[in-house]
Design a protein around this ligand. Structure first.
Ligand code: G1P
Length: 278
């Protein structure tokens, strides 16, 4: 059973400056809900109840968001506004939120390694990059789909999608053999390759299931692309030692780390979710 989910959330969010000068990028809202809450809800719906967040300087708003605000709740008690806090209150009541800081920006691999103290050394765990907002209007959420596959194969899993050739340089790219519908046995994995050097156009998006031996592998992984410790490199080592799967998820993913993707998600949620609820 996967109960713990790690949220690397220490990045600066420079693509959203000046909005992210004093506010964590994970708190940017799609409609009225911050990005990180969408990620926490996806993890909760997948069966996780420990949310382990890797923060950094200037990220206090995240900690406050996942805590009770007594004054506010007292103020709106008995009014029509009260219901607007129902979803977040449920998460606060039913999940444990734990935090540690990544003091230096040394890459996603390093951020995940910092999470070792929060998720422990023995159980597999999930990782959600809140910038990647995923939904599946037709069924189970992306993390739940991945946990189902993990329960069958018991190894690390990355979520993938096909991207246009000119966009491969923005992602970790995998290549492998399809062993069942949409499930690939990873043979190669490259972090942000040049467009003409990519092994395929199957791009990793911000959803991972990792087995705990990944920590020892990350510790022994040298800095790679951009001088940072890359989870992609550690996963390639793990694939060579044993097995890593890549899963072409069912659903939609919005790249909310870019202004274009953020606007696309906003329009989608407004037209397809909010309007239908009214
Ligand atoms: C990270 C990973 C990359 C992955 C991407 C998904 O990159 O390093 O392999 O494809 O997330 O969003 P980042 O976008 O943080 O630079």
């Amino acid at each position: 059973m996967i109960k713990k989910c790690l949220f690397p959330a220490a990045g600066y969010g420079t693509r959203f400056l000046p909005a992210t000068k004093a506010m964590p990028k994970e708190m940017l809202p799609i409609l009225n809900k911050p990005l990180i809450q969408y990620g926490v809800e996806e993890a909760y719906d997948a069966g996780c109840d420990v949310m382990a967040i890797i923060t950094g300087r200037g990220k206090r708003a995240i900690t406050d968001h996942f805590d009770i605000s007594y004054e506010l709740e007292h103020q709106i008690k008995g009014t029509s506004k009260e219901a607007m806090l129902n979803d977040i209150r449920k998460l606060i009541d039913e999940c444990t939120f734990t935090y540690t800081r990544q003091n230096e920006m040394k890459g996603l691999g390093d951020a995940i390694l910092k999470g070792r103290v929060l998720v422990g050394e023995s159980d597999p765990f999930a990782v959600v990059l809140a910038d990647d907002l995923c939904i599946n209007p037709d069924g189970e959420g992306v993390l739940r789909q991945m946990i189902n596959i993990h329960n069958k194969f018991r190894c690390s899993i990355v979520a993938i999608m096909e991207v246009p050739d000119e966009e491969v340089h923005k992602y970790g790219i995998i290549s492998g053999r399809e062993i069942e519908d949409g499930v690939y046995m990873v043979e190669d994995m490259v972090e942000k390759p040049d467009n003409d050097k990519a092994p395929s156009n199957l791009a990793i998006i911000g959803r991972y299931i990792l087995t705990a031996d990944i920590f020892e592998i990350i510790e022994n992984t040298k800095p790679g692309k951009n001088g940072e410790v890359q989870i992609t490199d550690a996963l390639l080592t793990q694939a060579k030692r044993g097995m890593v799967l890549a899963y072409k998820f069912k659903g939609k993913r919005f790249d909310c780390g870019s202004v274009e993707g953020f606007v696309e998600a906003t329009n989608y949620f407004y037209n397809n979710i909010l309007k239908k609820c009214k």
